[in-house]
Design a protein around this ligand. Sequence first.
Ligand code: PMP
Length: 408
Amino acid sequence: ASAFEAVPMAPTDPLFGLMAAYKADTFEKKVDLGVGAYRDDNAKPWILPVVKKADEINRNDPSLNHEYLPIAGLASLTSAAAKLVLGGDSPAISEKRVVSFQTISGTGAVHLGALFLAKFYPRPANQAIHVSDPTWVNHHQIFSNVGLPIKKYPYFASDICGLDWTGLTSALEAAEPGSVILLHACAHNPTGVDPTQDQWKAIAEIMKRKKLFPFFDTAYQGFASGDLAKDAWAIQYFVEQGFELCIAQSFAKNFGLYGQRAGCFHFVASPGAHAEDVTKRVGSQLAILQRSEISNPPIYGARIASTVLNDPALFKEWQDDLCTMSGRIITMRKALYDKLVELGTPGTWTHITSQIGMFSFTGLSEPQVQKLRDEFHIYMTKNGRISMAGLNTRNVEYVATAIDKVVR
Ligand code: PMP
Protein backbone atom coordinates (compact mmCIF):
# COMPACT_ATOMS: atom_id res chain seq x y z
CA ALA A 1 0.00 0.00 0.00
CA SER A 2 1.11 3.55 -0.64
CA ALA A 3 2.14 5.78 2.24
CA PHE A 4 -0.13 8.34 0.64
CA GLU A 5 -3.44 6.42 0.75
CA ALA A 6 -4.95 9.23 2.86
CA VAL A 7 -4.11 12.01 0.41
CA PRO A 8 -7.39 13.60 -0.59
CA MET A 9 -8.14 14.63 -4.17
CA ALA A 10 -7.63 18.36 -4.57
CA PRO A 11 -9.84 20.32 -6.92
CA THR A 12 -8.19 21.36 -10.20
CA ASP A 13 -7.23 25.02 -10.40
CA PRO A 14 -10.43 26.74 -11.52
CA LEU A 15 -8.70 29.13 -13.93
CA PHE A 16 -6.57 26.50 -15.63
CA GLY A 17 -9.69 24.27 -15.83
CA LEU A 18 -11.53 27.08 -17.56
CA MET A 19 -8.69 27.50 -20.06
CA ALA A 20 -8.83 23.78 -20.90
CA ALA A 21 -12.61 23.86 -21.40
CA TYR A 22 -12.27 26.86 -23.74
CA LYS A 23 -9.57 25.13 -25.73
CA ALA A 24 -11.72 22.02 -26.17
CA ASP A 25 -14.74 24.05 -27.37
CA THR A 26 -15.08 23.82 -31.16
CA PHE A 27 -17.67 26.61 -31.57
CA GLU A 28 -16.39 29.16 -34.07
CA LYS A 29 -17.42 32.27 -32.17
CA LYS A 30 -16.23 31.11 -28.72
CA VAL A 31 -14.79 33.86 -26.54
CA ASP A 32 -12.16 33.53 -23.79
CA LEU A 33 -12.68 36.14 -21.09
CA GLY A 34 -11.00 33.99 -18.45
CA VAL A 35 -7.25 34.10 -18.60
CA GLY A 36 -5.48 37.25 -17.44
CA ALA A 37 -3.18 37.56 -20.41
CA TYR A 38 -3.16 40.30 -23.02
CA ARG A 39 -4.56 39.51 -26.46
CA ASP A 40 -4.42 41.71 -29.55
CA ASP A 41 -7.42 42.64 -31.66
CA ASN A 42 -7.15 39.25 -33.38
CA ALA A 43 -7.45 37.48 -30.00
CA LYS A 44 -3.81 36.40 -30.33
CA PRO A 45 -0.96 36.69 -27.79
CA TRP A 46 1.13 39.77 -28.51
CA ILE A 47 4.90 39.86 -28.34
CA LEU A 48 5.76 43.46 -27.54
CA PRO A 49 7.81 44.95 -30.42
CA VAL A 50 10.34 46.19 -27.88
CA VAL A 51 10.65 42.70 -26.42
CA LYS A 52 11.37 41.36 -29.94
CA LYS A 53 14.19 43.88 -30.22
CA ALA A 54 15.60 43.06 -26.80
CA ASP A 55 15.41 39.37 -27.71
CA GLU A 56 17.45 40.00 -30.90
CA ILE A 57 20.04 41.97 -28.95
CA ASN A 58 20.46 39.24 -26.35
CA ARG A 59 20.50 36.33 -28.80
CA ASN A 60 23.18 38.02 -30.88
CA ASP A 61 25.39 38.98 -27.95
CA PRO A 62 28.43 36.66 -28.15
CA SER A 63 29.45 37.51 -24.58
CA LEU A 64 26.34 35.86 -23.10
CA ASN A 65 26.13 32.27 -21.96
CA HIS A 66 23.87 30.04 -19.88
CA GLU A 67 25.75 30.19 -16.58
CA TYR A 68 23.94 30.57 -13.25
CA LEU A 69 22.83 34.00 -12.10
CA PRO A 70 23.85 35.08 -8.58
CA ILE A 71 21.37 34.13 -5.80
CA ALA A 72 19.80 37.61 -5.87
CA GLY A 73 19.43 37.46 -9.64
CA LEU A 74 20.55 39.75 -12.46
CA ALA A 75 21.82 42.91 -10.77
CA SER A 76 21.13 45.13 -13.80
CA LEU A 77 17.50 44.01 -13.62
CA THR A 78 16.95 44.27 -9.88
CA SER A 79 18.42 47.77 -9.65
CA ALA A 80 16.40 49.03 -12.63
CA ALA A 81 13.30 47.31 -11.24
CA ALA A 82 13.68 49.11 -7.92
CA LYS A 83 13.97 52.45 -9.74
CA LEU A 84 10.94 51.62 -11.83
CA VAL A 85 8.69 50.94 -8.87
CA LEU A 86 10.13 53.45 -6.37
CA GLY A 87 11.06 56.24 -8.77
CA GLY A 88 14.56 56.96 -10.09
CA ASP A 89 15.30 59.62 -7.49
CA SER A 90 13.83 57.76 -4.51
CA PRO A 91 15.65 58.64 -1.27
CA ALA A 92 15.06 55.04 -0.17
CA ILE A 93 17.42 53.93 -2.95
CA SER A 94 20.07 56.62 -2.38
CA GLU A 95 19.98 55.95 1.37
CA LYS A 96 20.58 52.22 0.65
CA ARG A 97 17.35 51.21 2.37
CA VAL A 98 16.23 48.91 -0.45
CA VAL A 99 17.21 45.32 -1.05
CA SER A 100 15.95 43.60 -4.21
CA PHE A 101 15.83 39.96 -5.25
CA GLN A 102 14.88 38.65 -8.67
CA THR A 103 12.11 36.08 -8.26
CA ILE A 104 9.99 33.59 -10.20
CA SER A 105 7.72 36.34 -11.52
CA GLY A 106 5.15 37.98 -9.24
CA THR A 107 4.05 34.69 -7.69
CA GLY A 108 7.61 33.95 -6.57
CA ALA A 109 7.95 37.48 -5.22
CA VAL A 110 4.79 37.15 -3.13
CA HIS A 111 6.06 33.78 -1.93
CA LEU A 112 9.53 35.01 -1.00
CA GLY A 113 7.95 37.92 0.88
CA ALA A 114 5.50 35.59 2.62
CA LEU A 115 8.29 33.26 3.65
CA PHE A 116 10.40 36.16 4.91
CA LEU A 117 7.52 37.62 6.93
CA ALA A 118 6.56 34.23 8.36
CA LYS A 119 10.14 33.79 9.57
CA PHE A 120 11.22 37.25 10.62
CA TYR A 121 8.28 39.62 11.07
CA PRO A 122 7.72 40.00 14.82
CA ARG A 123 4.07 39.35 15.48
CA PRO A 124 1.94 37.68 18.10
CA ALA A 125 1.30 33.97 17.43
CA ASN A 126 -1.51 33.53 14.92
CA GLN A 127 -1.65 37.17 13.93
CA ALA A 128 -3.24 37.20 10.50
CA ILE A 129 -2.15 38.80 7.26
CA HIS A 130 -5.07 40.80 5.91
CA VAL A 131 -6.04 40.44 2.26
CA SER A 132 -8.84 42.13 0.35
CA ASP A 133 -12.15 40.34 -0.15
CA PRO A 134 -11.88 39.31 -2.91
CA THR A 135 -8.23 39.08 -3.88
CA TRP A 136 -6.10 37.19 -6.41
CA VAL A 137 -7.01 33.63 -5.38
CA ASN A 138 -3.40 32.52 -5.21
CA HIS A 139 -2.73 34.90 -2.29
CA HIS A 140 -4.71 32.56 -0.05
CA GLN A 141 -2.59 29.54 -0.98
CA ILE A 142 0.74 31.33 -0.90
CA PHE A 143 0.28 32.79 2.58
CA SER A 144 -1.32 29.72 4.12
CA ASN A 145 1.42 27.50 2.69
CA VAL A 146 3.98 29.36 4.81
CA GLY A 147 1.76 29.16 7.88
CA LEU A 148 0.45 32.72 7.90
CA PRO A 149 -3.23 32.84 8.87
CA ILE A 150 -5.38 34.99 6.59
CA LYS A 151 -8.10 37.48 7.40
CA LYS A 152 -10.17 39.23 4.74
CA TYR A 153 -10.92 42.92 4.75
CA PRO A 154 -14.01 44.24 2.91
CA TYR A 155 -13.07 45.72 -0.45
CA PHE A 156 -15.76 45.35 -3.09
CA ALA A 157 -19.27 46.75 -2.71
CA SER A 158 -21.43 44.69 -5.04
CA ASP A 159 -24.32 47.16 -5.01
CA ILE A 160 -22.16 49.80 -6.71
CA CYS A 161 -19.56 47.47 -8.29
CA GLY A 162 -17.03 49.77 -6.64
CA LEU A 163 -14.93 50.23 -3.53
CA ASP A 164 -16.46 49.42 -0.13
CA TRP A 165 -14.80 52.43 1.45
CA THR A 166 -16.52 52.22 4.84
CA GLY A 167 -15.90 48.48 5.09
CA LEU A 168 -12.25 48.85 4.11
CA THR A 169 -11.41 51.70 6.48
CA SER A 170 -13.33 50.16 9.40
CA ALA A 171 -11.42 46.91 8.96
CA LEU A 172 -8.09 48.74 8.96
CA GLU A 173 -9.10 50.67 12.07
CA ALA A 174 -10.03 47.38 13.75
CA ALA A 175 -6.95 45.40 12.69
CA GLU A 176 -4.58 44.34 15.43
CA PRO A 177 -1.69 46.84 15.57
CA GLY A 178 1.30 45.54 13.65
CA SER A 179 -0.77 43.42 11.27
CA VAL A 180 0.48 42.92 7.72
CA ILE A 181 -1.92 44.32 5.10
CA LEU A 182 -1.65 43.08 1.53
CA LEU A 183 -2.46 45.86 -0.94
CA HIS A 184 -2.76 45.78 -4.73
CA ALA A 185 -0.71 48.72 -6.02
CA CYS A 186 -2.97 49.25 -9.05
CA ALA A 187 -5.52 47.45 -11.21
CA HIS A 188 -6.85 45.35 -8.36
CA ASN A 189 -7.33 41.72 -9.34
CA PRO A 190 -10.10 40.55 -9.64
CA THR A 191 -12.26 43.67 -9.29
CA GLY A 192 -10.48 46.34 -11.36
CA VAL A 193 -11.43 48.75 -8.56
CA ASP A 194 -8.66 50.97 -7.15
CA PRO A 195 -8.72 53.58 -4.38
CA THR A 196 -8.34 57.19 -5.58
CA GLN A 197 -5.17 59.07 -4.58
CA ASP A 198 -7.08 60.78 -1.78
CA GLN A 199 -8.32 57.42 -0.57
CA TRP A 200 -4.75 56.05 -0.65
CA LYS A 201 -3.70 59.00 1.50
CA ALA A 202 -6.42 58.18 4.00
CA ILE A 203 -5.45 54.49 3.97
CA ALA A 204 -1.82 55.47 4.66
CA GLU A 205 -2.92 57.71 7.53
CA ILE A 206 -4.84 54.89 9.22
CA MET A 207 -2.07 52.38 8.60
CA LYS A 208 0.57 54.69 10.04
CA ARG A 209 -1.53 55.43 13.12
CA LYS A 210 -2.32 51.73 13.67
CA LYS A 211 1.27 50.68 12.87
CA LEU A 212 0.12 48.35 10.09
CA PHE A 213 2.71 46.86 7.73
CA PRO A 214 2.08 47.25 3.97
CA PHE A 215 2.89 44.46 1.54
CA PHE A 216 2.29 45.75 -1.99
CA ASP A 217 1.60 43.42 -4.87
CA THR A 218 2.25 45.17 -8.18
CA ALA A 219 1.51 43.04 -11.22
CA TYR A 220 0.24 45.72 -13.63
CA GLN A 221 2.54 48.78 -13.51
CA GLY A 222 2.15 50.64 -16.81
CA PHE A 223 -0.28 48.05 -18.08
CA ALA A 224 -3.16 49.55 -16.13
CA SER A 225 -3.15 53.19 -17.17
CA GLY A 226 -0.31 53.28 -19.70
CA ASP A 227 1.55 55.57 -17.28
CA LEU A 228 4.29 53.90 -15.24
CA ALA A 229 4.47 56.64 -12.59
CA LYS A 230 0.73 56.82 -12.12
CA ASP A 231 0.46 53.06 -11.58
CA ALA A 232 3.24 53.19 -8.96
CA TRP A 233 1.86 56.27 -7.21
CA ALA A 234 0.47 54.49 -4.13
CA ILE A 235 3.72 52.63 -3.43
CA GLN A 236 5.81 55.78 -3.86
CA TYR A 237 3.46 57.70 -1.59
CA PHE A 238 3.76 55.08 1.17
CA VAL A 239 7.56 55.09 0.88
CA GLU A 240 7.53 58.89 1.04
CA GLN A 241 5.48 58.62 4.23
CA GLY A 242 8.30 56.64 5.81
CA PHE A 243 6.68 53.20 5.85
CA GLU A 244 8.77 50.08 6.05
CA LEU A 245 7.30 47.76 3.46
CA CYS A 246 7.57 44.86 1.03
CA ILE A 247 6.87 44.87 -2.71
CA ALA A 248 6.16 41.93 -5.01
CA GLN A 249 6.68 43.02 -8.61
CA SER A 250 5.76 41.08 -11.73
CA PHE A 251 6.96 41.67 -15.30
CA ALA A 252 4.49 39.15 -16.75
CA LYS A 253 1.86 41.60 -17.97
CA ASN A 254 3.74 44.82 -18.61
CA PHE A 255 6.41 43.06 -20.71
CA GLY A 256 4.21 40.21 -21.94
CA LEU A 257 6.85 37.87 -20.47
CA TYR A 258 4.32 35.56 -18.79
CA GLY A 259 6.11 32.25 -19.24
CA GLN A 260 9.60 33.68 -18.70
CA ARG A 261 8.81 34.21 -15.03
CA ALA A 262 10.57 37.55 -14.49
CA GLY A 263 9.83 39.47 -11.32
CA CYS A 264 11.38 41.03 -8.23
CA PHE A 265 10.88 41.21 -4.51
CA HIS A 266 11.89 44.44 -2.78
CA PHE A 267 12.24 45.17 0.91
CA VAL A 268 12.30 48.87 1.85
CA ALA A 269 13.44 49.72 5.39
CA SER A 270 11.97 52.72 7.15
CA PRO A 271 14.36 55.70 7.29
CA GLY A 272 16.57 55.94 10.37
CA ALA A 273 20.05 55.52 11.71
CA HIS A 274 20.10 51.72 11.33
CA ALA A 275 18.25 51.52 8.04
CA GLU A 276 21.21 50.55 5.86
CA ASP A 277 22.37 47.96 8.36
CA VAL A 278 18.88 46.44 8.74
CA THR A 279 18.60 46.28 4.95
CA LYS A 280 21.90 44.40 4.69
CA ARG A 281 20.86 41.89 7.34
CA VAL A 282 17.45 41.37 5.74
CA GLY A 283 19.21 40.84 2.42
CA SER A 284 21.47 38.20 3.94
CA GLN A 285 18.43 36.26 5.19
CA LEU A 286 16.58 36.61 1.89
CA ALA A 287 19.64 35.07 0.24
CA ILE A 288 19.34 31.98 2.48
CA LEU A 289 15.62 31.66 1.75
CA GLN A 290 16.12 32.13 -2.00
CA ARG A 291 19.00 29.62 -2.08
CA SER A 292 16.91 26.93 -0.37
CA GLU A 293 13.91 27.55 -2.63
CA ILE A 294 15.31 28.07 -6.12
CA SER A 295 19.09 28.54 -5.72
CA ASN A 296 19.01 31.32 -8.29
CA PRO A 297 16.37 32.73 -10.65
CA PRO A 298 15.95 32.10 -14.41
CA ILE A 299 18.08 34.21 -16.71
CA TYR A 300 16.41 34.83 -20.04
CA GLY A 301 13.32 36.90 -19.23
CA ALA A 302 15.43 38.88 -16.79
CA ARG A 303 17.88 39.78 -19.55
CA ILE A 304 15.10 40.97 -21.82
CA ALA A 305 13.48 43.16 -19.16
CA SER A 306 16.89 44.47 -18.10
CA THR A 307 17.88 45.37 -21.68
CA VAL A 308 14.71 47.43 -22.07
CA LEU A 309 14.82 49.07 -18.64
CA ASN A 310 18.46 50.13 -19.00
CA ASP A 311 18.36 51.54 -22.54
CA PRO A 312 16.66 54.96 -22.78
CA ALA A 313 15.55 54.47 -26.40
CA LEU A 314 14.12 51.01 -25.75
CA PHE A 315 12.51 52.24 -22.53
CA LYS A 316 10.69 54.88 -24.56
CA GLU A 317 9.48 52.26 -27.03
CA TRP A 318 8.29 50.15 -24.12
CA GLN A 319 6.15 53.04 -22.91
CA ASP A 320 4.55 53.16 -26.38
CA ASP A 321 3.85 49.42 -26.19
CA LEU A 322 2.28 49.88 -22.74
CA CYS A 323 0.01 52.55 -24.22
CA THR A 324 -0.93 50.19 -27.05
CA MET A 325 -2.04 47.52 -24.56
CA SER A 326 -3.73 49.76 -22.02
CA GLY A 327 -5.29 51.87 -24.77
CA ARG A 328 -6.85 48.88 -26.51
CA ILE A 329 -8.28 47.67 -23.22
CA ILE A 330 -9.74 51.07 -22.39
CA THR A 331 -11.28 51.21 -25.88
CA MET A 332 -12.86 47.79 -25.33
CA ARG A 333 -14.31 48.90 -21.98
CA LYS A 334 -15.96 51.80 -23.77
CA ALA A 335 -17.17 49.60 -26.64
CA LEU A 336 -18.74 47.05 -24.27
CA TYR A 337 -20.35 49.79 -22.21
CA ASP A 338 -21.72 51.62 -25.26
CA LYS A 339 -23.21 48.46 -26.70
CA LEU A 340 -24.93 47.51 -23.41
CA VAL A 341 -26.39 51.01 -23.17
CA GLU A 342 -27.51 50.86 -26.80
CA LEU A 343 -29.27 47.55 -26.13
CA GLY A 344 -30.93 49.00 -23.04
CA THR A 345 -29.54 46.13 -20.99
CA PRO A 346 -31.11 46.20 -17.49
CA GLY A 347 -28.76 47.44 -14.75
CA THR A 348 -26.08 50.11 -14.61
CA TRP A 349 -22.81 49.41 -16.37
CA THR A 350 -20.72 52.50 -15.63
CA HIS A 351 -18.33 50.35 -13.58
CA ILE A 352 -17.12 48.74 -16.81
CA THR A 353 -15.46 52.00 -17.83
CA SER A 354 -14.50 53.18 -14.34
CA GLN A 355 -12.73 49.94 -13.40
CA ILE A 356 -9.10 49.72 -14.50
CA GLY A 357 -6.60 47.19 -15.80
CA MET A 358 -6.94 43.68 -17.10
CA PHE A 359 -10.18 42.82 -15.35
CA SER A 360 -13.73 43.95 -14.87
CA PHE A 361 -15.96 42.62 -12.15
CA THR A 362 -19.20 42.71 -14.10
CA GLY A 363 -21.65 41.88 -11.33
CA LEU A 364 -22.94 38.92 -13.39
CA SER A 365 -24.19 36.12 -11.14
CA GLU A 366 -22.92 32.55 -11.20
CA PRO A 367 -26.02 31.23 -13.05
CA GLN A 368 -25.63 34.02 -15.62
CA VAL A 369 -21.96 33.14 -16.07
CA GLN A 370 -22.94 29.50 -16.58
CA LYS A 371 -25.56 30.45 -19.14
CA LEU A 372 -23.04 32.55 -21.07
CA ARG A 373 -20.80 29.52 -21.24
CA ASP A 374 -23.49 26.92 -22.05
CA GLU A 375 -25.47 28.93 -24.57
CA PHE A 376 -22.97 31.40 -26.02
CA HIS A 377 -19.56 29.71 -25.54
CA ILE A 378 -18.30 32.75 -23.62
CA TYR A 379 -15.89 31.73 -20.85
CA MET A 380 -15.24 33.68 -17.64
CA THR A 381 -14.60 32.86 -13.99
CA LYS A 382 -17.63 32.02 -11.82
CA ASN A 383 -17.39 35.30 -9.91
CA GLY A 384 -18.31 37.26 -13.06
CA ARG A 385 -14.81 38.58 -13.65
CA ILE A 386 -14.00 39.19 -17.29
CA SER A 387 -10.57 39.67 -18.75
CA MET A 388 -10.98 42.78 -20.89
CA ALA A 389 -8.10 41.65 -23.10
CA GLY A 390 -10.33 38.86 -24.43
CA LEU A 391 -12.59 41.44 -26.08
CA ASN A 392 -11.87 42.79 -29.55
CA THR A 393 -13.60 44.71 -32.32
CA ARG A 394 -14.92 41.45 -33.79
CA ASN A 395 -16.46 39.90 -30.68
CA VAL A 396 -17.48 42.79 -28.41
CA GLU A 397 -20.92 43.09 -29.99
CA TYR A 398 -21.49 39.34 -29.68
CA VAL A 399 -20.48 39.45 -26.01
CA ALA A 400 -22.67 42.48 -25.24
CA THR A 401 -25.66 40.88 -26.95
CA ALA A 402 -25.12 37.65 -24.99
CA ILE A 403 -24.84 39.54 -21.69
CA ASP A 404 -28.00 41.41 -22.59
CA LYS A 405 -29.84 38.12 -23.16
CA VAL A 406 -28.71 36.45 -19.92
CA VAL A 407 -29.53 39.38 -17.63
CA ARG A 408 -33.06 39.83 -18.98
N1 PMP B 1 -0.42 39.27 -8.13
C1 PMP B 1 -1.53 39.58 -8.78
C2 PMP B 1 -2.52 40.47 -8.12
C3 PMP B 1 -1.76 39.08 -10.05
O1 PMP B 1 -2.88 39.41 -10.70
C4 PMP B 1 -0.79 38.25 -10.65
C5 PMP B 1 -1.01 37.72 -12.02
N2 PMP B 1 -2.19 37.06 -12.24
C6 PMP B 1 0.36 37.96 -9.92
C7 PMP B 1 0.52 38.50 -8.67
C8 PMP B 1 1.52 37.14 -10.38
O2 PMP B 1 1.57 36.64 -11.62
P1 PMP B 1 2.93 36.09 -12.19
O3 PMP B 1 3.45 35.09 -11.22
O4 PMP B 1 2.55 35.49 -13.49
O5 PMP B 1 3.84 37.25 -12.32
